[in-house]
Design a protein around this ligand. Structure first.
Ligand code: 4NP
Length: 160
C-alpha cells in the first residue's frame, strides 16, 4: 500500500502527516507493507526542508519530520494507491491534475478517516503557515487522529 500525503507547500501539513504516519506504521510493525511520501500542489518551496515550526510541534510528540519538498506529478496518480489531500482546495487541485489520467490512485481527504471529523463535518486540515503559533500543535492533533483512523482502515482491509 503506497500513500501520498498532499498539501499546498509540502512544508507544513503533509510532512507532518507523513512523519506521524511513519511513526504509527513503525509502532504497528507494518513498515514493510506501507510506503509513504508527501508532496505539494504548489512549487514555491520545492527542495525546502519541513517548516521549523512544524518540526518543533512534531518533535514535542517524538515525531521527526524529514525530507525535502517536491511538487505533485502526474506519475503520482499511477505510483500511489491512495492520495490524501489535506484540504478541499488541495482536493480540487488534485482532481484537476488527475483529470484524463487513467491512474489507479484513489484521492481522498485525510480527515475522512477520522470518525470524529466526519461526524463534525469538518474535513479540512487548516493551513497553519500564516496563522498563530498554536496552529501547528492543532494541525498535529488533527493529523494524528486521522492517521490513526487511516491505519486502522488499512489494517482491517477496508482499503483493499
Ligand atoms: P502547507 O503550508 O501547505 O501545509 O505546507 C503552506 C506552506 C507554504 C505556503 C502556504 C501553505 N505558502 O504560501 O508559501
Amino acid at each position: 500500500m503506497r500513500l501520498l500525503f498532499v498539501c499546498l507547500g509540502n512544508i507544513c501539513r503533509s510532512p507532518t502527516a507523513e512523519g506521524v504516519m511513519r511513526r504509527l506504521v513503525e509502532q504497528a510493525g507494518v513498515q514493510d507493507e506501507i510506503e509513504l511520501d508527501s508532496a505539494g500542489t504548489g512549487a514555491w518551496h520545492v527542495g525546502s526542508a519541513p517548516d521549523r515550526r512544524a518540526c518543533a510541534a512534531a518533535l514535542a510528540h517524538g515525531v521527526v519530520l524529514e525530507g525535502s519538498a517536491r511538487q505533485v506529478r502526474i506519475e503520482d496518480f499511477h505510483d500511489f494507491d491512495l492520495v490524501l489531500a489535506m484540504d478541499s482546495s488541495n482536493l480540487r487541485e488534485l482532481g484537476g491534475l488527475a483529470r484524463g489520467e487513467r491512474g489507479c490512485s484513489r484521492v481522498r481527504r485525510l480527515r475522512e478517516f477520522d470518525p470524529v471529523s466526519v461526524e463534525a463535518g469538518d474535513l479540512d486540515v487548516p493551513d497553519p503557515y500564516y496563522g498563530a503559533k498554536g496552529g501547528f500543535e492543532e494541525v498535529f492533533g488533527i493529523v494524528r487522529a486521522a492517521c490513526v483512523g487511516l491505519l486502522a482502515d488499512i489494517r482491517i482491509g477496508e482499503l483493499q
